[in-house]
Design a protein around this ligand. Structure first.
Ligand code: SF4
Ligand code: SF4
Length: 340
């Protein structure tokens, strides 16, 4: 594996240089938030960030995207598939938990039987450069409980680790190696690799928030009707923030927007926290209250995904914990379930 050293202050310049030739998404400071945004001449990448407010999943799974267009003609409807325009893209400076989320999303959108070409095209055209967490960004981070690590190559094509005055750049995949020309010529030595190993161990130990994520599956298997489900949703406002912030949530709605003879079919993010998400045309709603919706959120992440893909659909980023306006904490819910 190719490994190089780059000076700390060279990183912004590398991202900007790439952005001259490719579409580069990077963390950018916007008022009080850091958001993953396409780098333009006016946008300065900001790598001294903890974690981004938004999850970078939107690069592969946008908030809204056109799937096809149609026109009503005297001879009938004419349909045209929307051209999948994803060009060569770089996702620069993603935290390892978010890169882990891409691996989980691949399981759903790129299955042997079901293939979502809109997602797959963007994913295949994108190189993921992660910025390892030498220090845990937040007290709410619990990646080590859900098969992640603060210094991990899962889902990454290139891993950057801050080893002091330099970054160690590891080119994990052939896709990553294609971008090696941007990272200078200084080869990494054994000292750099030893430093990285020490940092990775220390960072792992520094994650103090832990949840019994792997213990709850057999409990969830047998407790769909447990009275516990009536105890967690009381404060929930059904605002959907937890799902919109979540790097692994992927519920969507498909709708047609027509004007005169022309129309577009669009896919937009949706949320299992919204009452309308499961409301049927008849008026019947199988998830009639926030109790059923919260049960679904937990079941989907900690039981159904494990059933379907043998993986927990949570990467421990803590965004839902930090962003919930009424302080509902998924860590506490999993802890309580483990004691049922
Ligand atoms: S459920 Fe919460 S902690 Fe887990 S990945 Fe989603 S936002 Fe992050
Ligand atoms: S963020 Fe909190 S209040 Fe909003 S839907 Fe999620 S759990 Fe409910």
């Amino acid at each position: 594996m190719e490994k190089r050293l780059i000076k700390k202050d060279a990183l912004v310049g590398i991202a900007k240089k790439m952005a001259e030739e490719l579409t580069v998404w990077a963390p950018v400071k916007k008022e009080d938030n850091v958001l993953f945004t396409p780098l333009t001449k006016d946008a300065e990448p900001f790598f001294a960030y903890l974690n981004s407010k938004n999850a970078p999943k939107q690069v592969f799974f946008p908030h809204t995207e056109t799937l096809m267009k149609y026109t009503r003609t005297p001879k009938g409807m004419v349909f045209s598939a929307e051209e999948n325009k994803a060009g060569k893209t770089v996702l620069f400076g993603v935290r390892p938990c978010d890169a882990h989320s891409f691996v989980l999303l691949d399981m759903l959108f790129d299955q042997e039987k079901y293939k979502d070409q809109y997602y797959i095209t963007k994913r295949n055209n994108t190189t993921v450069i992660t910025l390892a967490c030498a220090e845990p960004p937040y007290a709410t981070c619990f990646c080590t409980s859900v098969d992640g690590e603060p210094v991990s190559a899962d889902g990454a094509d290139i891993v950057l680790t801050d080893i002091g005055s330099e970054y160690l750049a590891e080119f994990i995949t052939p896709k990553g190696e294609k971008l090696a020309k941007y990272f200078g010529e200084t080869k990494a030595d054994a000292v750099a690799e030893t430093k990285k190993k020490e940092i990775a161990e220390k960072a792992k130990k520094a994650i103090k928030s832990k949840i019994p994520a792997h213990e709850v599956k057999p409990i969830l298997d047998n407790n769909f009707e447990h009275p516990f489900w009536a105890t967690i949703h009381g404060k929930c406002l059904a605002c959907g923030t937890c799902t919109y912030m979540c790097p692994t949530c992927h519920c969507f709605d498909i709708s047609d927007e027509a004007k005169a003879s022309d129309g577009v079919r669009i896919r937009s993010w949706d949320s299992c926290m919204f009452p309308l998400f499961t409301k049927e045309t008849s008026g019947h709603n199988p998830r009639i209250s926030q109790k059923e919706r919260w049960r679904q959120r937990v079941m989907h992440k900690f039981k159904y995904y494990v059933d379907n893909f043998n993986a927990i659909a949570c990467v421990g980023c803590g965004r839902c914990v930090m962003s919930c306006p009424v302080n509902i904490d998924i860590r506490k819910i999993i802890e309580d379930i483990s004691k049922l």
